[in-house]
Design a protein around this ligand. Structure first.
Ligand code: CP
Ligand code: NVA
Length: 308
């Protein structure tokens, strides 16, 4: 029976924290958890959740994944804990790691997440920061693998803001050698450090393309992916961003320019009729709800590795 392997890094703060081999291992474990052929238990283990931003999928999929492993979850609401009062991260992290076995954190700055991991004796997981969303892309590549079996010749085109989700797609794409194209308006390109790191990993540097032309970017693509134009915390920029992203909607016209076998992904939550039309989300090409389900299987696999 497949067994979860301990990962080389204690934490999962970034897609860069795992190797290509470890990524394949997590995807394989996730597939086995999904097919119910694995029964691995971490009885009495406790996952702490700290969410400084809202969440439906990440919160619930972590809770269910942990319960499927026989463990429990504590949802630490910053409003009702001392986190919201501004207790220093180094104190919170040291205390929580005396109670919990692993901690998943959703926050704004990647440096705050790093501060938690510095002071926590237990593994820390990035449940989304402004810079990355590495748990999301584990589920995304699981969904892509289910569709295309392997990653050879897969072309993933992301149309939207080059922030957290796009950054993690780029890094994971580099680990897997998948062609990743990012189509975004000028000024919304992915993080330059992420691009630099990805180019260090890619054997074929031509597999990463950043463009401002969504129409060209979808030609030959097998996966079309989008995310909200205004992320959590950017509500005040919404009106301006809606204007800047005009022409970057995934609609039927754009889908028709992609490969015939193309599937549609969206991390959700969506602003229907902004970054993607109703028709496309609900079309037969959409794998968006399988992708959402896969958050749970991928995180169950990740937790099993981190707790091993
Ligand atoms: N995709 C995602 O992370 O969704 P939530 O914000 O609902 O967790
Ligand atoms: N980019 C989005 C992702 C939501 C899952 C955000 O940060 O709000």
């Amino acid at each position: 029976m497949l067994k979860p392997n301990k990962l080389g890094n204690k934490n999962f703060l970034s897609s860069l924290d795992i190797s290509t081999e470890e990524l394949f291992h997590i995807l394989e474990l996730a597939k086995n958890f999904k097919n119910k052929v694995l029964n691995i238990e971490f009885k009495r283990k406790v996952l702490g959740l700290i969410f400084n931003k809202s969440s439906t999928r990440t919160r619930v999929s972590f809770q269910v994944a942990m319960s499927r492993l026989g463990g429990t979850t504590i949802d630490l609401n910053p409003e009702t804990s001392q986190i919201g009062r501004g207790e220093p991260i180094k104190d919170t992290a040291r205390v929580l790691s005396r109670y919990c076995d692993v901690i998943a954190i959703r926050t704004f700055n990647q440096t705050d997440l790093e501060e938690y991991s510095k002071w926590s004796a237990k593994p820390v997981i990035n449940a989304l920061t402004d810079l990355e969303h590495p748990c999301q892309v584990l589920a995304d590549f699981l969904t892509i693998k289910e569709e295309f079996i392997d990653f050879k010749n897969v072309v993933l085109t992301f149309i939207g803001d080059g922030n957290n989700v796009a950054n993690s797609l780029i890094l994971c794409g580099a680990l897997l050698g998948v062609e990743v194209r990012i189509a975004c308006p000028k000024g919304y390109e992915p993080n330059s450090f992420v691009i630099k790191k990805a180019l260090e990993i890619y054997e074929d540097k031509n597999l990463l393309k950043i463009t401002n032309d969504p129409h060209n970017a979808v030609v030959g693509a097998n996966v079309l992916y989008t995310d909200v134009w205004s992320s959590m915390g950017e509500e005040k920029f919404k009106e301006n961003k809606d204007k800047d992203f005009n022409g970057f909607t995934i609609d039927k016209n754009l889908v028709n320019k992609a490969n015939k076998d193309a599937i549609i992904l969206h991390c959700l939550p969506a602003y229907r009729s902004k970054e993607i039309t109703d028709e496309v989300i609900d079309s037969s090409k959409s794998r968006i709800f399988d992708q959402a389900e896969n958050r749970m299987h991928a995180q169950q696999a990740l937790l099993a590795c981190l707790l091993s």
